[in-house]
Unconditional design. Structure first.
Lengths: 351, 602
């Protein structure tokens, strides 16, 4: 029941962010997902990230498709307009919304069924258009609401709760996003808030389609022995290619790192990502190397996480389209309507 | 029927991809500038190059716009279709062909006159470049027709000069080609033919335009900023035209930036999603498509109906079912659009009869969609959308302001205790909405799942029912807002009625005149929108026999009148035309005539 309001308790001494809001102001209604669901941890990370970024909720639109993951936008930022669309079609709605008003901050939540099966086409094309949004896939490898069918991200050899074994190849949203020429592709784990929050922030700030695949175990249908999306399996095979620190604009970088350990990436608003790399040779700005790296580690059965690829220079939808800087929704009718004289003139050529 | 001045049909048979379109346009415009009312119908294949294509120009001093079913002069430029083209010429008519290669088989009919002109030979002799020879062969037959049919050569010259104002060399070569044909015809035939044109004015106050261009202009003038689409015949030219008008009128004068965003989607599902997203954000957004696209969009159409998101869908109908005949016309999506999507859904439809109404109804569609917060369909068709129509000049009232409907902005929300998205505060079934990005008090969660009047998720029966019942109240409101039908009364009191809509209008108007000459009088009601308003019911009540004229097999509008206006089946008689060609007036005349004869015999 996504309408259960949370009791609001204001604690004295709670911190305010730059727009004068408490972290509680970024929460939504009470989650109705199963206790221990990875998705709820992601919701908490979203709340924290947006609060820390000091983005006013009314500037935000939150969209989703259909499935367990797609219920979650109700659980964060009640002050943001939400759009729970149809199954697999969230990207097109987000594209239209941002076409109309490019100043909106867009966070979209989808699942592996929503994005990699029914919505695979729209997932691909929103990346291709590089629509300016954070696209989170809460990836549990299973269809929860319909009680445990494999999804397209289930790994070959993984076992369903009732013992059935998957023999088909898994679709990796990160590798897909990079292969499609995406501008931002990252992976994290719902159980790793320290890694997840900076990646959410980076994805929000990144001027393009930021795909963030978050392995998020389904405690009810996919957390057993034989599953490759369980808490236990993910923790055991977890391989962080990099750790990310998000440094807001005009903030001095204080921490010291050894040479070669840290790769700073400057985002377009002046904020910085400091990538603490596990491998010195890993370069998330090199597309072919990123692909090679993913392939190498996935063949070992490792769940590679971190910022896998970023290119801040790729033009987003409005840059490609040449749309006016002022949002179309803010453009007055007089600026849009050519008037009767122009119509009369135009028709001289139609005679 | 031949031998008429300013009342004839010229049909030109060519091969597509040979550049005949500009020659045919030139011919039609020349007749137009001579003050003769004209229409042009392009009968083309679903193909890029090499297949037969025809262009039919009807000139008629009385202004009849439909197909007459007659061919007075056939210009047969395609050897592949000679046999068929020969057979189609009306008795007493003429056939012009390229006699560079003489054809004995074209002389088989003794009730028509065959005129051979060695067009290829003339052009090959005169022009050196191969491509130019092919193009100029088309212009040369316009020259032949100008001699045969009294088409003013000065008008042709002026038109060419206007068309090629920036390429004067092309004017010369075109004029040379015209002279080649003209001189040959003058020398070898008795000109003009008994069937010919005479200048009677200049058709001032009128334009020639296709419905898709006019609809695109309507979108431009309505202030639409987001267009999402997937290319599909016969709707593609609507977005092409919109893009063209936007490039001309919607660039920021200082920065050159676009005050519009057109997105070619990956499919029609995505196009519909983009329209919904943009409308939800507060833009006027639309998509042009055809029947197959509506099938794909139906998922989102139901969503928009239930979540109450304004959206405008242009369905330029083509022949179905399935892929059908993409380059042929029908009115076959009436039922589909009226009830598109699963569950209890129903949608307002506007039914333009010509490009003039495409322009006006495009604007009305946005106003209605935003006022009613629901998807609105504009049902045009290939005949209206892609053919050339002569219409009165379009006019625009600069005092017009878009009706954005019930929107609460930041200032309104600020003073409110709480905003509820689906609460009917005015009793008209229409709630208030808010735009994202304005105020956190206006935030709500759009969902296609069950919701109550406050906008919250529900699985509670009565709460669900309250909302869908309120949508019916809104439907009643819609009936009072959509365009009213147009009534044409018979010269005499009659209990016989005709109902038609969209592109059948021209055929019905002409048929009424023919029938009246025979002493059969009928009142004619042209339906312009769904839901039906009171006037449609009154018309049905006031007539004992009502002919429903439409261009589909299953008499879809007749069914809709039975379901939605309670019309008894027994009094609604079908007159149907669905072979993919625009309905000719003769079809309506014979349909009415036959039925009346049967009734008289009974």
């Amino acid at each position: 029941m996504t309408y259960i309001a949370k009791p609001r308790i204001d604690m004295p001494g709670e911190l305010l962010n730059a727009v004068g809001l408490k972290q509680r102001d970024y929460e939504g209604v009470l989650s109705t997902l199963c206790a221990g669901c990875g998705h709820d941890s992601i919701t908490a990370a979203i709340v924290q990230a947006f609060w820390e970024l000091s983005i006013s909720p009314e500037r935000v639109i939150k969209l989703s498709g259909i499935g367990c993951s797609s219920k979650t936008p109700a659980y964060f930022m009640s002050g943001a307009h939400g759009f729970n669309s149809v199954h697999g079609r969230m990207p097109s709605v987000a594209t239209g919304a941002l076409a109309a008003n490019r100043d909106l901050v867009c966070i979209a939540v989808s699942g592996d069924g929503d994005s990699l099966s029914i919505g695979f086409g729209q997932f691909g094309h929103v990346i291709r258009r590089n629509v300016n949004m954070l696209y989170i896939i809460e990836n549990n490898g299973v269809y929860g609401l319909t009680k445990g069918q494999f999804s397209a991200s289930a790994d070959p050899g993984s076992k369903a709760k009732k013992g059935e074994v998957n023999h088909m190849k898994a679709i990796d949203p990160v590798a897909t996003a990079i292969a499609l020429g995406g501008s931002f592709a990252a992976r994290s784990f719902s159980g790793d808030r320290e890694q997840l929050v900076p990646l959410i922030k980076a994805g929000v700030i990144h001027p393009g389609c930021a795909v963030l695949d978050v392995v998020s175990p389904c405690v009810t249908f996919n957390d057993h022995v034989g599953s490759t999306k369980s808490y236990a399996y993910t923790r055991e095979h977890y391989y962080a290619a990099s750790r990310t620190d998000f440094v807001p604009p005009a903030t001095e970088i204080k921490a010291s790192y050894g040479e070669g350990e840290v790769l700073p990436v400057t985002l377009h608003d002046g904020s910085k990502l400091l990538l603490r790399k596990a491998d010195a040779d890993y370069d998330p700005t090199n597309r072919s190397k990123a692909m090679e790296y993913l392939e190498k580690h996935s063949s070992r059965g490792e769940v590679v996480t971190g910022l896998m690829f970023i290119n801040e220079e790729l033009p987003e939808l409005h840059t490609i389209s040449g749309t006016a800087r002022k949002p179309l929704t803010h453009t007055s009718f007089d600026e849009l309507n050519p008037g009767s004289a122009a119509l009369a003139k135009l028709q001289q050529r139609l005679r | 029927m031949t031998g008429q001045v300013n009342d004839f049909v010229i049909k030109i048979a060519t091969v597509n991809g040979t550049g005949s379109a500009s020659a045919n346009g030139l011919l039609m415009k020349a007749l137009f500038r001579m003050g003769v009312p004209v229409t042009g119908k392009n009968l083309f294949p679903s193909n890029i190059q090499g297949l037969p294509t025809w262009y039919e120009v009807r000139a008629n001093h009385a202004g009849y716009m439909s197909r007459s079913g007659r061919v007075d002069v056939m210009v047969a430029m395609n050897a592949q279709t000679y046999k068929q083209d020969l057979a189609e010429v009306s008795s007493g008519g003429f056939l012009v062909y390229d006699s560079t290669w003489p054809r004995k088989e074209l002389l088989q009919r003794d009730d028509i006159t065959v005129l051979g002109v060695p067009l290829a030979a003339l052009c090959n002799e005169h022009f050196s470049v191969a491509r130019i020879r092919i193009l100029m062969k088309n212009i040369a037959y316009v020259g032949v027709l100008s001699a045969l049919m009294g088409i003013d050569r000065d008008v042709l010259k002026t038109l060419l000069e206007e068309t090629f104002a920036k390429k004067p060399k092309l004017v010369d070569s075109n004029l040379e080609a015209i002279s080649l044909g003209y001189d040959y015809a003058m020398k070898n035939f008795q000109c003009p033919l008994p069937v010919h044109a005479e200048k009677i004015g200049d058709n001032s106050g009128h334009i020639i335009i296709d419905g898709n261009s006019a609809a695109a202009l309507g979108c431009l003038y309505a202030g639409a900023t987001v267009g999402a689409w997937y290319p599909i015949t016969p709707s593609t030219s609507l977005m092409d035209a919109f893009q063209g008008y936007c490039n001309r009128f919607r660039k920021d004068p200082e920065t050159g930036e676009n005050r519009f965003c057109i997105i070619q989607a990956e499919d029609e599902l995505a196009a519909a999603g983009m329209v919904l997203g943009a409308s939800w954000s507060g833009a006027r957004a639309f998509t042009p498509t055809s029947g197959p696209g509506i099938s794909l969009m139906s998922e989102f159409i139901g969503f928009a109906y239930y979540a109450e998101i304004p959206s405008v869908f242009f369905d330029i109908q083509r022949v179905g079912p399935s892929t059908g005949m993409p380059t042929r016309t029908q009115q076959c999506d009436v039922m589909l659009c009226a009830f598109a999507s699963h569950g209890d859904t129903r949608h307002p439809m506007l039914l333009p009869a010509d490009p003039h109404e495409c322009f006006e109804m495009a604007v009305q569609a946005f106003d209605l969609a935003e006022r009613l917060q629901t998807p609105v369909f504009v049902l045009s068709d290939l005949d209206i959308g892609m053919n050339d129509w002569m219409i009165p000049e379009l006019t625009w009232d600069d005092a017009y302001r878009p009706d954005r409907g019930k929107v609460l902005h930041a200032a309104d929300l600020e003073g409110m205790q709480k905003f509820h998205r689906y609460l009917d505060r005015d009793g008209d079934g229409i709630p208030h909405r808010s735009y994202p990005g304005e105020h956190s008090k206006g935030a709500y969660f759009v969902r296609g799942s069950g919701h109550n009047k406050y906008g919250s998720y529900t699985e509670d029966g009565p709460e669900y029912q309250e909302v869908v019942d309120r949508l019916l109240v809104k439907w009643q409101t819609a009936a009072s807002m959509v365009p009213r039908p147009v009534l044409r009364k018979a010269a005499r009191e009659t209990r016989i009625g005709i109902i038609a809509y969209g592109s059948s209008d021209g055929a019905v108007n002409e048929a009424m005149d023919r029938l009246a000459e025979e002493g059969s009088h009928a009142d004619y009601l042209r339906i312009r929108a769904f839901p039906f308003n009171g006037e449609v019911r009154e018309f049905l009540d006031a007539h004992d026999s009502v002919f429903v004229v439409e261009q589909n097999r299953d008499a879809q509008m007749r069914s809709l009148l039975m379901i939605e206006a309670g019309a008894p089946a027994g009094k609604l008689h079908r007159i149907l035309h669905y072979n993919g060609m625009p309905i000719p007036s003769a079809c309506v005349v014979s349909g009415v005539r036959q039925h009346l004869a049967q009734e008289a015999a009974a």
